[in-house]
Design a binder for this molecule. Sequence first.
Ligand code: SF4
Length: 303
Amino acid sequence: MGKLKNEFSWSNSRNSVFRECRRKYYYSYYGHWGGWEFDAPDEVRQIYILGKLKNRFMWAGGVVHEVIKNVLEETKSGRVPLMNRLINLTREEMRHGFESSKNKMYWQDPKSCALFEHEYDIEVKDEKWKDLWKHVETCIQNFYSSDIFDMVKNIDFSLWLPIEEFQAFLFEDTKINVKLDFAYRDRNGSIIIIDWKTGKSERAGSDIQLGCYTLFAIDHWNVDSEKVKTIEYNLYHKRGITNKLDAGEIEEIKGYMGKSIREMKSLLADPVQNIASQDNFAKTLNREICSSCNFKRICLSEV
Ligand code: SF4
């Protein structure tokens, strides 16, 4: 297999990193490139591994998303997994991930659990780790007893829409990446996209994110925007927020996306080949952002 090429693409999360700190954006989307190769330069390897760190809340959210994805897949294949068994397995996996991360095994195995708190020796009391597990357990239990799971498993499975790990659509010749959790078509031909939320905050997600889901559905499932609905379902609070964007809002989001893409490309040394030079990506002056940044080990030690 030939060498992978770093192609330019856009996503809402990429845009958020770009807004936070240009240098963080550079590390996340350019500086890490090739860090998986056995002969990668030391700094590239470090950037690659630091880029994989997750704080404990992101880790918990990721675990819940993975569990639900598996439950839905198994439900579709005809057997709903037993909740208590699944909770025990998840607890064991998290324990294993925690120990591995505590011993910083991710430096040898970048695919293993890598927690920001361990890399930066942040003291987190045992009680807080236990609370984190309780949060994951509550989200899984809430999912099983939720109206939404009840509704979803009673829909004809032929109406469930296939969701791949990575999905994308083209917008003004740029690939836009989206990560959908679940989608189905209702009897009227409308598309319903469900986005699982796991945080304690009940704040609604960004309109840009919802706009990307809607644009993906229009492109991929060939429907009009009026036929696309999103539900952000918070598994901790067991509540959903339903949204539907009108044509004007979608145009506004498209305008925002186009502007963001142009801004990103304007900083590239070679926008056609997607080549970036670190010097074009300034460090933020906001130290609060740096305090929770994965790359602070290498970035703040630079003179
Ligand atoms: S440590 Fe601060 S300046 Fe450096 S990449 Fe992170 S956020 Fe940006």
